[in-house]
Design a protein around this ligand. Structure first.
Ligand code: HEC
Length: 141
């Protein structure tokens, strides 16, 4: 009986995975190997940064929030991330979503700098919405 349940789970997982792959309408963007690695390591830092922003907001440490948002995600992060090298390989729309993410992060940083938690918090989703918009549309592998 247990095995039957296990088998059922495996089969449904497989079906779900296959169905998912078929429904994957994201556009494949080809990057040179090194750029791929660079981009993915940037991405992991983006998620880390968002998490650190949330942690510092929960402890009311807005100075730290401003610093993380601007330096790691905002316009000031463009050099850090080697953005001009990577963005060369992006279709125009993808590049624009990327820029909108950086701009949203800088706007958020300016709001957080004013020192009030709630107004800043209300703008945080403008950053994450740009993450989602790009993830829904593009893949690199
Ligand atoms: C301009 C497009 C774009 C933006 C903006 C963007 N991403 Fe990504 N991200 C991608 C692509 C493309 C991949 C690779 C997806 C794939 O090939 O399956 C990716 C992958 C990732 C990964 C997986 C990394 C790994 O090692 O597997 C994480 C985590 C991630 N992004 C986080 C974020 C976060 C957080 C944000 C917003 C702060 C963000 N990304 C904004 C395009 C973007």
């Amino acid at each position: 009986m247990k095995n039957l349940i296990k088998l059922t789970i495996v089969v449904s997982l497989l079906t779900a995975t296959l169905a998912h792959a078929e429904n994957d309408t994201r556009q494949l963007v080809k990057f040179p190997e090194m750029m791929q690695e660079h981009m993915m390591s940037n991405m992991r830092d983006h998620l880390l940064a968002i998490n650190e922003i949330l942690i510092n907001m929960s402890t009311g440490n807005l100075d730290k929030v401003v610093e993380i948002a601007e330096k790691r995600l905002g316009i000031s992060s463009l050099n850090l991330h080697g953005a001009s090298h990577i963005s060369k390989f992006m279709p125009k729309e993808m590049r624009e979503i990327g820029m909108s993410m950086h701009r949203a992060a800088s706007r958020f940083a300016i709001k957080a700098e004013e020192g009030e938690l709630l107004p800043a918090y209300k703008m945080l989703n403008e950053i994450t919405s740009a993450c989602v918009a790009c993830h829904m549309s593009y893949r690199i592998r």
